[in-house]
Design a protein around this ligand. Structure first.
Ligand code: ME8
Length: 527
């Protein structure tokens, strides 16, 4: 390095430090899934949402940590392994690569895949339990109740359904089991008021309908002490209680703590920085655990509550929540087969995304969205503009005067999309971006560059609009947008630097066909 370069580096260093200090931080988590079976579209719904938020924040320039993983202990996994005739650890070791395979296919950009059988996690669980025990927050008692091993949860009267004298789990429609045993309880009840205050008086739970639901449950039923131990003669697959080796810890306490392990609780100095901005993304089925119970456990451990619990409703199929035990699941492979690429599946899931309302998995609707939006609008625009640029200008498209209307529209959409994405309104943001693509198609129809003597200004403006839209779509469709960027010779930039008309010259290399059409309403392939 010459002396000037050294001086330059030294001069720039304070600037670099300031810009690093100003960067935002974002920590996002998915639920850790039970690896008793391979993940389906319901799991992809949450995981893609978390991934889109992670990618969006990276595009904002934030320092992002994205955690996902598997919840490997407990009765449900123990039984799944027994059914296969293998030890639980062997079973989960076989299943984890399956999860990773699907997340690779869907380009899930996690920073860590945590397993509750990871050594550091088991250590965190033991340390947390010791702390709770030494603080007098755990006591011995007898538990009697109706249990669903699919939910790994006890149901009280009023929560379960009754059919022909049998108690039925409202989620899995399976008969509950009567369990009566000596156990240890966690004194959640002592934290009822504090938890209720967090639920009601902060904006942690989002959307707020879910906060109201939890507040009303807390007000009606209270926060009861929780049985957090399972005798080993019934459930041997779990983390042993550090103060009584005849028991393992209840799987939900084990599982929730993964969010602390993932960023080095008790070990890493960066813990507090990430924790202060943690976003838990969950389905509404596990809301109680992630609010009432989790907030209380964190209070007990002197850890601040999460910054946000972002909740979504279900994907339903034929009126029921899509789930393995109901038998109405759509597999990730089948959807990728039908729509040809993982990116299309990501797009469709995010287009369907609804935090408050359940959405029906309707192939006809999806086919129409795919054909109308991806193939006819985005795909067609890219192909048209690519071909014209190659034919008319040999692929070289330089900056010319900006079309005021298109420029104004693009700038407006950059602002609107940014706001919507920051507010987790992914589907609405996609609609907005497609507005820009539609406007650009209309702009071409009006200006007819194929007839124009000097088509360069038109094509320059059209490619700029494609660049802006592509940049905004990048978190949802990382592969397709990379392909468009490569074909037109631009790079995906941080949103703050995205500006219509900023690009000097495009060197168009090809006019890719991004999406092949599906035959609308045709039966699912491979079925
Ligand atoms: O509950 N619609 O794991 P799990 C929308 N291990 N989302 C769905 C869905 C559907 N039809 N089906 C599944 C567990 N999901 C625990 C979590 S976290 C500390 C422990 C998604 O494998 C949704 O996010 O049963 C739901 O909350 C999650 O999968 C449940 O996954």
């Amino acid at each position: 390095m010459d002396i000037y370069a050294v001086v330059r580096v030294i001069c720039m260093f304070p600037l670099y430090c300031v810009s690093m200090a100003m960067r935002g931080v974002f920590y996002v988590t998915t639920p850790i899934y039970y690896p008793n079976d391979i993940p389906h579209i319901g799991h992809a719904y949450t995981t893609v949402l978390a991934d889109v938020l992670a990618r969006w924040r990276r595009l904002r320039g934030d320092d992002v940590f994205f955690l996902t993983g598997t919840d490997e202990h407990g009765l449900k996994l123990q039984r799944a392994a027994e059914k296969k005739g293998v030890k639980p650890k062997e079973f989960v070791d076989l299943m984890v690569p399956e999860f990773k395979k699907y997340w690779r296919l869907l380009e899930i950009s996690y920073n860590r895949f945590i397993r509750t059988t990871d050594r550091d996690h088991e250590e965190v669980v033991r340390r947390a339990l010791e702390k709770l025990y030494s603080r007098g927050l755990i006591y011995r008692g007898v538990y009697r109740g109706w249990y669903c091993s699919s939910c790994e949860k006890f149901y009280s009267e009023g929560e379960y359904e009754e059919k022909e004298g049998k108690k039925i789990c409202p989620i899995h429609r399976r008969e509950l089991e009567w369990v009566e045993e000596e156990t240890y309880f966690l004194k959640l009840s002592a934290y009822q008021d504090k938890v209720l205050k967090l639920v009601k008086d902060t904006d942690i739970i989002y959307p707020r309908t879910y906060a109201r639901e939890i507040a009303s449950k807390l007000e009606k039923e209270g926060l009861r002490d929780l049985s957090i131990a399972r005798p080993k003669d019934r459930v041997y697959w779990g983390v042993e209680l550090p103060f009584d080796d005849r028991y393992v810890v209840y799987v939900w306490i084990d599982a929730l703590l993964n969010y602390l392990t993932g960023i080095g609780y008790g070990e890493d100095e960066g813990f507090g920085r990430y924790w202060s901005v943690v976003h838990h993304i969950i389905g509404k089925d596990i809301l109680w655990f992630h609010t009432a119970i989790w907030f209380a456990v964190l209070l007990m451990l002197d850890v601040p509550p999460p910054r946000r619990v972002l909740v979504h409703a279900f994907i339903i199929n034929r009126g029921l929540k899509m789930g393995k035990s109901v038998g109405n699941v759509v597999m990730i492979d089948d959807m990728v087969d039908r729509y040809y690429s993982a990116d299309s599946v990501r797009y469709l899931l995010m287009r369907l995304l609804n935090l408050e309302k359940d959405v029906e998995f309707d192939l006809e609707l999806l086919d129409n969205m795919y054909n109308g939006e991806l193939a006819d609008t985005y795909g067609n625009l890219v192909r048209r503009v690519g071909i014209l640029s190659l034919r008319k200008l040999g692929g070289l498209v330089g900056r010319r005067e900006l079309d005021e209307e298109l420029c104004g529209k693009a700038e407006e959409i950059i602002g609107e999309v940014s706001k919507l994405m920051d507010d987790y309104k992914i589907s609405e943001s996609l609609v907005k971006t497609f507005d820009l693509l539609r406007t650009t198609n209309a702009y071409l129809n009006k200006t007819k560059p194929w007839e124009a003597e000097d088509p360069e200004p038109i094509l320059y403006n059209a490619i700029e609009a494609i660049r802006v839209a592509t940049n905004l779509l990048n978190p949802v469709m990382p592969s397709v947008t990379r392909k468009v960027a490569n074909s037109f010779g631009f790079e995906i930039v941080e949103v703050d630097k995205l500006e219509f008309g900023a690009f000097r010259e495009f060197r168009v290399r090809e006019a890719p066909i991004l999406f092949r059409k599906v035959r609308a309403g045709a039966p699912a392939r491979g079925k």
